[in-house]
Design a protein around this ligand. Structure first.
Ligand SMILES: Nc1ncnc2c1ncn2[C@@H]1O[C@H](COP(=O)(O)OP(=O)(O)OP(=O)(O)O)[C@@H](O)[C@H]1O
Ligand SMILES: [Mg+2]
Length: 334
């Protein structure tokens, strides 16, 4: 497809330590087009950060390993690029990532302006000092911070402003893809809303595609075009926002995760915890990974991996929906 920006195919990632092998990501597929925002949701340990680190090729060197699969970005296979190309041409420049703990991402002894200049300088050799200074002012304005504060240090900024600076650094080189790993979790609720709104505006203005990693359904409802729900390293449900929210059918995990699936209007809904725990990713069960917590669990679920049921963009991997396609119930739902 012409507008395809990122394609993840059958990605499998493990962490291998002396004690165990953690199956962190187990054959996921994701397609993201230019300018689109994907919400990657799921509870702790689902493999969200691992997916992001795989795209960035920043898995821990000794333990993290891509077992199989491909990540194609702008038509190039990320796994076949040299380290040098990855560092100079992709990371920061084409794909930027806001890490899960952004508060530690800033250097406390360097001014905010210098930290942004550094990011620009590092990735655009041809720009002169005046050009860089102008871009620092521009990105600060973009994230709603007065450029007059660029000579201040991070400790002089509030939590929400520090997060805005982190986002400004990520956006400084105008990446085409921004991966934001829980960008607002560390912020209080009002600031969260402001930062999200700002990210949505930036996305609209710059046409940046985003992968928004979150536990928070409000975030997804607010700014995402697509959603992928991860559970134990697999995407168990995915689709465009409309298709997901219009559909009455959901994976039992998604149902539990979202409580009753809210309509798009009730943005404030948060994920409600499901009883039980995710299986140990170093000892995944035979069959469906969700079987132990699922109130609909059938015999087949304990024996075979679930098949994927497709209706338009909406995909659910669960045997409950096994024969639905034959019934042609796509119409029924409308
Ligand atoms: N460096 C590592 N070494 C060994 N195991 C790891 C490592 N990093 C992550 N894991 C394991 O891989 C699995 C997936 O972790 P990951 O960090 O991708 O989850 P996540 O969905 O981002 O969770 P959270 O919402 O808590 O950030 C978990 O079982 C985790 O314990
Ligand atoms: Mg994470």
């Amino acid at each position: 497809m012409k507008d395809e920006l990122l394609k993840i195919e059958k990605l499998e990632v493990i962490y291998k330590t002396s004690e165990e092998t953690v199956q962190a990501v187990n054959g996921i597929d994701i397609v993201l087009n230019k300018g689109e925002t994907l919400g990657l949701v799921g509870e702790t340990g689902a493999g969200k950060t691992t997916t992001a680190l795989s795209i960035m090729r920043l898995l821990p060197e000794r333990t993290g390993k891509v077992l199989s699969g491909n990540v194609t970005f702008e038509g190039e296979n990320i796994f076949e690029l040299s380290d040098e190309d990855m560092r100079m041409k992709i990371r920061g420049e084409r794909i930027a990532m806001i890490f899960q703990d952004p508060m530690t991402a800033l250097n406390p002894v360097m001014t905010v302006g210098d930290q942004i200049s550094e990011a620009i300088y590092y990735h655009s050799e041809k720009t002169n000092a005046a050009g860089i200074a102008a871009r620092v002012d521009k990105v600060l304005e973009l994230v709603g911070i007065s450029p007059s504060r660029k000579n201040e240090y991070p400790h002089q900024f509030s939590g929400g402003m520090k997060q805005r600076v982190v986002i400004a650094i990520a956006l400084a080189c105008e990446p085409v893809l921004l991966i934001a790993d829980e960008p607002t979790t560390a912020l209080d609720v009002t600031i969260q809303a402001q930062v999200l709104e700002m990210m949505g505006e930036l996305r609209d203005r710059l046409g940046t595609a985003m992968i928004m990693i979150t536990h928070d359904l409000g975030v997804v409802a607010q700014i995402c075009d697509k959603v992928a729900v991860m559970y134990a390293g697999e995407i168990i449900e995915s689709g465009n926002m409309e298709d997901i929210f219009v559909s009455k059918e959901h994976h039992p995990y998604t149902e539990g995760l979202f409580g009753a699936i809210p309509d798009l209007a009730s943005e404030a809904k948060r994920l409600s915890p499901i009883t039980g725990l995710m299986p140990d990713p170093s000892r995944l069960p035979q069959g469906c990974n969700f079987q132990e917590r699922c109130s609909h669990c059938m015999e087949i679920c304990t024996k075979k991996n679930p098949e994927t049921y497709v209706n338009g963009t909406h995909k659910i991997s669960c045997f409950l929906f096994k024969n639905k396609e034959d019934r042609g119930d796509g119409d029924e739902k409308k």
